[in-house]
Design a protein around this ligand. Structure first.
Ligand code: XMP
Ligand code: MG
Length: 181
């Protein structure tokens, strides 16, 4: 990639690692001695999820699962309903479930996914999100575990993409407008 595609680095690798560690410590306390199904929303959450789960105390009995959701382009913003392109392998009825997501923008994607999963009767259902864009209004969803509140810019790296690129960057950067204009 062209280094000039990244306007600036918003969070360094070290800053991300420290914050992920803090979230993992809280999760470790909250679920100690319990089974926890960690549900990653592919593909964006994959890097965050991999780092997070390895920092959670092994006394939490973790099982991994994944979903792929697709929002219906800009129509999703009005309908707020996502379709599940790849569903869970597990039955989550009666289980503790933690959804792991990369970034909340309007929050509609996650809200819709939560409603879908809640209907399956989990014992508990919480969300861990690395980033939430500060849109200046009341968020539709308040995740129990939130990494950082970010400016309303297009972000890439650490799992986040633009047109499937930049996911492997070890930091989170602001994408230069030139790339998508
Ligand atoms: P909503 O609005 O439903 O959207 O919260 C969340 C989804 O939109 C994607 N998204 C981004 N992806 N950089 C990205 O790579 C961004 O800055 C960004 N903002 C939103 C993301 O896939 C998330 O699941
Ligand atoms: Mg994406």
């Amino acid at each position: 990639m062209n280094p000039a595609d990244i306007k600036s680095v918003l969070y360094t690798t070290a800053q991300i690692e420290e914050r992920v560690g803090e979230l993992a410590a809280r999760i470790s306390v909250d679920y100690r001695g319990e089974k926890l199904i960690v549900v990653g929303v592919l593909k964006g959450a994959s890097i965050f999820m991999a780092d997070l789960i390895r920092k959670i105390d092994p006394e939490v009995d973790i099982v991994l699962d994944f979903v792929v959701v697709s929002s219906y382009g800009s129509a999703a913003a009005s309908s707020g309903v996502v379709s599940i392109k790849k569903d869970l392998d597990c039955d989550i009825a009666g289980c503790n479930v933690l959804i792991v997501e990369d970034i909340l923008d309007t929050g509609l994607t996650l809200k819709s996914l939560m409603e879908n999963l809640r209907a399956r009767g989990p014992k508990s259902l919480e969300v861990a999100v690395l980033l939430r864009k500060d849109l200046g209004n009341e968020p539709v969803l308040k995740p129990k575990y939130l990494g950082m509140e970010t400016p309303n810019e297009f972000l890439v790296g650490y799992g986040l993409d633009y047109d499937e690129r930049y996911r492997s960057l070890p930091y989170i950067g602001i994408l230069d407008e030139r790339v998508y204009q």
